[in-house]
Design a protein around this ligand. Structure first.
Ligand SMILES: N[C@@H](CCC(=O)N[C@@H](CS)C(=O)NCC(=O)O)C(=O)O
Length: 200
């Protein structure tokens, strides 16, 4: 299996964590986004939209982190990262969708700001984005009430958020101290061996 990825990319990390959780070995092919390698004509044959990640599993190519993780679950179902019943599976997918469309974009804003020299950063935008992240995590606080992980057992939903959790620390985003469920969940995620993928 070959994983085309860029190590700091949050969406690439979603797949690396799923591979680690499933104990699947892979060859790492780094596509350096800082050199725009994702737009190289050769790579566009792998990923037609020129993004990371993409996966080549013995000649079968699939891209988009969420779709790749679903593929991994279908092809390598043990250990399971989706619950067995349809309602819980739908809940996992909604939580992933929330992360992809309503949480991760705020982190992309922070990544772009922190890439700039300090004096060029838009502090107002950083503060506003931190508030947006706090608001987004308020929904997770409710979701985690009475649950160890977002959908009960550890799942693809939790994996989707792990790269973002690591960035909370890196960008020193303060979370509301009243978010006790979120704090406990983050603590549990940090103890998983696969969390180490986020630390390079
Ligand atoms: N929906 C896609 C989004 C992929 C994506 O946005 N990848 C970013 C890195 S995290 C990327 O390749 N950015 C470079 C570009 O779009 O040119 C997924 O989940 O894989």
């Amino acid at each position: 299996m070959k994983l085309y990825h860029f190590p700091p990319s949050t969406n690439s990390l979603k797949v690396r964590i799923a591979l680690l959780e499933k104990g699947l070995e892979f060859e790492s092919v780094v596509i350096d986004l800082s050199k725009r390698e994702q737009k190289d004509p050769e790579y566009l044959k792998i990923h037609p939209f020129g993004q990371v990640p993409a996966l080549d599993d013995d000649g079968f190519v699939v891209y988009d982190s969420t779709i790749i993780n679903e593929y991994l679950e279908d092809e390598y179902p043990h250990p399971p990262l989706l619950p067995a019943d349809s309602e819980s599976r739908a809940a996992v997918r909604l939580l992933e969708d929330y992360r992809d469309n309503h949480v991760n974009p705020h982190f992309v804003t922070l990544i772009h700001e922190y890439r700039k020299p300090e004096e060029e950063r838009d502090i107002g935008l950083i503060r506003e984005t931190q508030t947006n992240i706090g608001d987004a995590f308020a929904a997770l606080e409710t979701q985690l009430q009475g649950r160890e992980y977002l959908a009960g057992p550890f799942s693809l939903a939790d994996i989707a958020y792990m790269p973002n959790i690591a960035l909370l620390e890196r960008f020193q985003v303060p979370l509301d101290p009243d978010f006790k469920n979120v704090a406990g969940w983050i603590g549990r995620l940090r103890t998983r061996a696969s969390y180490s993928a986020t630390q390079n």
